[in-house]
Design a protein around this ligand. Structure first.
Ligand SMILES: C[S@@+](CC[C@H](N)C(=O)[O-])C[C@H]1O[C@@H](n2cnc3c(N)ncnc32)[C@H](O)[C@@H]1O
Length: 218
């Protein structure tokens, strides 16, 4: 059973708000956005050869205040995050700066779309979601046949820390604790093919991994 009790997820979301508040007290939001824009541009360059040509519609699931949507001004973006209104009320985000984005304030588990997207991103988000298995199924459902699903995630480097953090639950902002092969398997078992992966950042306990999956044409 890979669904959190609602209280654990609400606690994680409260900690997420507190984290942004504390981060902002030490950072200038404009410099953070400028840094993040370059970060996204580099990732887009890295996966350029996989991105479907001429694709217009993009989904950014768990978008946060400066998600990959900030670098997609030539697309029609749908960006989903339960805290998005909160971010918009702070200095972190101003909806008016992103007229090409439709923001949806809901957990991704509740998101509904009539038409799947040729490109779907869930960057640094799936280990925050409430129901990881259902969210992964939904990410795949939301990807059009022949489309691309791109994720990044903190993946454990050592089994010892993985089991320790699952057991003592001190990393409450990240309800899910897995290593890279486990994340990959969760996607591959649900019918998408891994096309590319890389390490975005090496850490002591976690590596931040990029994974690009393709959904077959039917
Ligand atoms: C670490 S932030 C990453 C934000 C952004 N993708 C980025 O890389 O800058 C994780 C985000 O996931 C969002 N989140 C948590 N649970 C979610 C859920 N069930 N559905 C959608 N987003 C969720 C949080 O509100 C938070 O904004």
């Amino acid at each position: 059973m890979k669904r959190l009790n609602p209280k654990a997820w609400q606690t994680a979301q409260r900690l997420e708000i507190a984290w942004w508040q504390s981060y902002l007290s030490r950072q200038n939001p404009a410099s953070y956005r400028a840094w993040k824009l370059v970060y996204w541009q580099n990732i887009l360059k890295e996966i350029e050869c996989f991105l479907p040509q001429n694709a217009k519609r993009v989904l950014d699931a768990g978008c946060g205040p400066s998600g990959i949507f900030i670098s997609l001004q030539d697309k029609e973006v749908t960006a989903v995050d339960p805290l998005i209104k909160h971010y918009n009320q702070s200095s972190l985000l101003n909806f008016n700066n992103y007229p090409y984005v439709r923001f949806e304030a809901c957990p991704f588990e509740n998101f509904d779309t009539r038409e799947p997207f040729p490109i779907v991103f869930a960057m640094n988000a799936i280990n925050h979601f409430r129901d990881i298995e259902a969210s992964i199924r939904k990410l795949i459902q939301c990807t059009a046949a022949g489309g691309l699903l791109v994720i990044s995630v903190d993946a454990h480097r050592y089994s010892l820390f993985k089991y320790l953090l699952r057991w003592i639950k001190i990393d409450r902002m990240h309800p899910w604790q897995y290593n890279a092969p486990e994340y990959k398997t969760m996607f591959q078992q649900k019918g998408v093919e891994l096309k590319y992966e890389s390490m975005l950042k090496k850490g002591l306990v976690f590596n931040h991994r990029l994974m690009v999956f393709a959904k077959n044409r039917k």
